[in-house]
Design a protein around this ligand. Structure first.
Ligand code: ATP
Length: 248
């Protein structure tokens, strides 16, 4: 389609510890208003790609040694994660990462710290988050560390929403969740995309569910994109069926 490209990754290489080449030239495009899936098995390089985009590799002794990353045509490679949030891009990290000792609601409110548009707008967005995640409203005063894995994933996504992002980078939302809950989370991602216009780039090992909800997919193997296409085409592709969907 003719949608504007928001995020563009061009031929990036990532090296850990100065020697371990993990991404060997990855390119991808994320169109405005779409759900784009980054697929592939364990260790294929999905998390590394997302961390490269949000400049989170330094703490792991990783660096982008080649290629470029742009958002709305501007280079974003040297921006800090919070500067990226100001541009409208936020990452929800794998493993959920709630502040365990804060309540669910306090966790959500930490997502609004970069905003300058006042208490009323923030309160309205908190209500919006509770509308999408009624379960979080019920659990608003519970310590996040004592909530379930699914509730923590919802809290992590809700906190990201509180920054009013244009684009959410979502790492492995299905991880550790029961199938029914995975379905619920993806349903909400789809509604946020359709109703709030949030653009998503999501990394997911669960190819089956990801290709049902995404519009476009990239398949990574050993740090390279080996296939990409509209999700509907990938679902019908014999190789994808055999190697990723487990039904040849
Ligand atoms: P997963 O689903 O397990 O997160 P992934 O596709 O997201 O898989 P990455 O986490 O990006 O894959 O890892 C890609 C490769 O980089 C793996 O071989 C992994 O062992 C390696 N790797 C990841 N982090 C580091 C690090 N800090 N130092 C060295 N190697 C790393």
């Amino acid at each position: 389609s003719g949608a504007e490209t928001l995020l563009e990754v061009t031929n990036i290489e990532v090296i850990y510890n100065h020697v371990i080449l993990v991404l060997k030239g990855v390119s991808l495009k994320v169109p405005k208003g779409g759900i784009t899936a980054l697929l592939g098995g364990n260790g294929a390089g999905k998390t590394t790609t997302l961390k490269a985009i949000s400049n989170l590799l330094h703490s792991e002794r990783g660096e982008v040694t080649k290629g470029s990353i742009t958002y709305r045509g501007e280079r974003v490679q040297d921006l800090s994660p919070s500067e990226l949030v100001e541009r409208g891009v936020i990452q929800v990290m794998e493993g959920r990462h709630c502040f365990e000792h804060l309540t669910v609601e306090e966790n959500l409110l930490t997502g609004s710290y970069t905003r300058k548009d006042g208490k009323g707008a923030i309160a309205a967005d908190l209500e919006m988050v509770y509308q999408y995640f009624p379960r979080l409203k019920e659990r608003r005063t519970s310590q996040a560390g004592y909530t379930s894995g699914g509730e923590q994933q919802m809290t992590a996504i809700g906190r990201a929403l509180m920054s009013r992002p244009e684009t959410i980078l979502l790492d492995e939302p299905s991880m550790g969740l029961a199938p029914q809950l995975v379905e619920q989370i993806f349903d909400i991602v789809k509604r946020l995309n359709e109703e709030q216009g949030v653009t998503f780039l999501l990394a997911e090992q669960n190819t089956n569910v990801a290709l049902r909800f995404a519009h476009y997919g990239y398949i990574l193997e050993s740090g390279r994109v080996v296939m990409d296409g509209p999700a509907a085409d990938l679902r019908e592709n014999p190789d994808v069926k055999e190697f990723y969907l487990g039904m040849s």
